[in-house]
Design a protein around this ligand. Structure first.
Ligand code: ATP
Length: 315
């Protein structure tokens, strides 16, 4: 079985029981969120061995997250609960059309207690792919050092790296984000980014300009996610494109993380470019049909059942 590794913060998410502006919502349900954790759950549900490294609050909410990750079958051997650091919270607002907005109550994140020296050879043992995101980078400047440590260790051990910039302009500026991404990109084999996001980062999302980006940083798979329009990928000098599945989205948050897990699964299983996009689109679409960031992440059988009716014509 293939093993994936990811690293990042997690938080408690309060989901509103009603749609509409948050000021009119008075009841919430407590959920667990965090881009990298969502990715780890997505991978575990697809049957991959999934390891998630983190530092959680040494409080009741930290335990909720820890138990939740364990319950999903994630390897939590690199997760520690840190006393004196409250778990971060966020509250979701969901509009009638399924679009959302998030309000953060982020304190000194427990993840700030992590150090580059925590990244040892043992951390990447039995790992076939490393997945990192820009959320971890955005939390604190020091996280770039930790990220670089992971990237160098991955390179040294010939482990492919996927990266989702997952830009969060509430946490840092576009200039800060770009400076960090430029350090990370040379190590990235699979870049999984949103269309609007890459436009912000790269200034242009035309195919020609993206091809230059892929060539400059030797990115083998440059994947562009485009919500309800589907996704495309530039591999070996060629573009491949696939439409999204037609679904009724209820909550689109987490679709990108699910797509990433689906794409990584396809990559590890040597799927063709179109099969990879179809599979990842399937995971992303299924996530949007369920409320919550990770509740809709499908199991392998569900993805196969969902995409079965769509034939791929390769030539
Ligand atoms: P986020 O980080 O908010 O999850 P993202 O920008 O990384 O978002 P999106 O492009 O919104 O990701 O969505 C990822 C993938 O999920 C899309 O490429 C598509 O395959 C699927 N998806 C998203 N929205 C829809 C939709 N409305 N209908 C069908 N599929 C969707």
């Amino acid at each position: 079985n293939f093993g994936v590794f990811t690293l990042g913060d997690a938080l408690i998410t309060f989901n509103p029981s009603d749609t509409g502006p948050l000021r009119y919502v008075s009841t919430f349900s407590r959920k667990v969120g965090g881009a990298e954790l969502n990715f780890a759950i997505g991978c575990a549900r697809l049957g991959l061995s999934s390891k998630w490294m983190s530092r959680l609050g040494g409080d009741e909410f930290g335990r909720v997250i820890y138990n939740f990750a364990r319950g999903e079958g994630i390897d939590v051997s690199e997760v520690k609960l840190m006393d004196g650091y409250p778990t971060s919270l966020n509250f979701k607002e969901i509009r009638e059309d399924g679009s959302g907005k998030t309000f953060y109550y982020r304190y000194q994140s427990p993840i700030l207690t992590m150090e580059p020296s925590d990244i040892t050879e043992a951390v990447l043992k039995d790992v076939d792919l490393v997945h990192l995101t820009g959320v971890f980078l955005a939390i604190d400047p020091k996280n770039l050092d930790i990220t670089m440590q992971v990237l160098k260790l991955a390179k040294k051990n010939n482990i492919p790296v996927s990266f989702d910039p997952n830009i969060r302009l509430k946490l840092w500026t576009i200039e800060e984000a770009k400076a960090a991404y430029m350090k990370v990109f040379p190590y990235v084999d699979i870049l999984l980014t949103g269309k609007d996001e890459i436009e912000l980062i790269h200034g242009d999302s035309s195919n020609e300009s993206l091809e230059e980006l892929a060539e400059e940083f030797k990115i083998a798979h440059l994947v562009i996610k485009d919500g309800g329009n589907g996704a495309k990928v530039f591999i070996n000098g060629q573009w491949h494109e696939k439409e999204a599945f037609k679904v009724q989205p209820i909550d689109t948050v987490g679709a990108g993380d699910g797509f990433d897990a689906g794409y990584v699964y396809s990559y590890l299983h040597n799927y063709s470019p179109l099969e990879s996009l179809q599979f990842a689109n399937g995971v992303g679409a299924l996530v949007t049909t369920v409320s919550g960031d990770n509740e809709g992440l499908p199991e392998l059988d569900e993805v196969f059942a969902f995409i079965r009716n769509e034939k791929i014509i390769e030539r």
